[in-house]
Design a protein around this ligand. Structure first.
Ligand SMILES: [Zn+2]
Ligand SMILES: [Zn+2]
Length: 335
């Protein structure tokens, strides 16, 4: 995996926002802040129609804060465009940091908002995180000590409508399907349904330019969480692996991710992420081999986390526990 933007890679290291950058003729990466969060910013990609047209097509729309709203207007201004010029917003998946500003942009410009049909369904049902209808029952099933319940429930992330908070009223104008081809300015972008991170996640490939917009399906330096929204799948990991395989035909492509920095080559990164998960499945298998009844909580506490088990709290702890439950399911299914 090789960064193709020194500017973005440096910004990520420094914890700053990278400047607006043209990644292909008329295609710009705009970083929008995620204060206090990790990763620290999300990309919105702006595709400007050439010639007399002022149309702007956005891929993802950043966290929906007032600061980002101002920043996006300023960034479009620097490209001699305005919010009113935005003709469409294609959103890779339902999370705040991608869908956030879409309703506001739609209100201001009449832009068409597009999401995969399964994602649209999930938003309409407000089903997220896959942690069920009863958060307390989920924590009990995971074997989470009662002393931890209050803090975890307080994150609000387990509420049935989490992840769509503030976006629940977004109107989805176009429901996408795998294989759809979108005309974004002069470019044709193919929709690739990549369930895993969420059930209706999509990537977009502009084959003529050798680029793939991967949202949170494939990221540099971060192993994307899986099953973080949408309907619950029996084998989310298996579904995610299949979605990595879907990108095999773009193995040599440059990745324009939802966070971090752009890089080549996609195939190598897919293999790394897969290896990471397979390692985790093996770690979980070892814990279960020693104690077949080990709870999700107990198993998670014995795993080698990037920043250590003790460092996990709040939403990242919930996410970790839900990941471990998935690996346990996979180990049990394989044995
Ligand atoms: Zn996401
Ligand atoms: Zn994201």
């Amino acid at each position: 995996m090789q960064p193709t933007s020194a500017n973005q890679a440096q910004a990520l290291r420094d914890g700053t926002l990278p400047e607006v950058e043209e990644v292909r003729p008329g295609i710009y990466a705009i970083a929008l802040d995620m204060p206090g969060l990790r990763p620290p910013y999300a990309f919105s990609y702006a595709i400007l129609a050439p010639g007399g047209s002022r149309d702007v097509h956005l891929i993802d729309a950043g966290l929906g804060t007032d600061e980002n709203w101002e920043a996006l207007q300023q960034d479009l201004g620097s490209l001699d465009r305005s919010i009113e010029d935005v003709a469409s917003v294609t959103v890779t998946h339902m999370h705040h940091d991608h869908l956030g500003l879409a309703p506001r942009i739609r209100d201001a410009s009449g832009a068409v908002v597009r999401l995969h049909t399964r994602e649209a369904d999930a938003i309409e049902r407000r089903a997220t995180f896959g942690v069920a209808d009863d958060p307390v029952a989920t924590l009990a099933r995971w074997g989470v000590p009662e002393s931890e319940h209050e803090a975890l429930l307080a994150t609000g992330a387990m509420a049935a409508d989490s992840g769509t908070e503030g976006e629940a009223n977004v109107s989805i104008d176009e429901r996408l399907q795998d294989g759809d081809v979108l005309q974004l300015g002069v470019y044709e972008a193919r929709v690739i349904h990549t369930p895993g991170h969420t059930t209706g996640h999509i990537c977009l490939a502009i084959e003529s330019e050798g680029i793939v917009f991967t949202g949170d399906h494939v990221l540099p330096g971060i192993n994307p969480g899986i099953a973080l929204g949408g309907e619950r799948s029996a084998d989310p990991l298996g579904e995610y692996y299949a979605s990595l395989d879907r990108l095999a035909e773009f193995a040599g492509a440059e990745v324009l991710p939802g966070h971090g920095f752009r890089f080549t080559t996609l195939g190598e990164r897919c293999a790394e992420i897969r290896a990471h998960h397979e390692t985790r499945t093996r770690e979980v298998a070892e814990v279960l081999a020693a104690d077949s009844e080990s709870s999700v909580w107990n198993t998670a506490s014995q795993i080698n986390w990037s920043y250590g088990w003790e460092a996990l709290s709040g939403v990242s702890l919930l996410s970790a526990l839900s990941q471990i439950e998935m690996h346990i399911a996979r180990v049990r299914a394989q044995s």
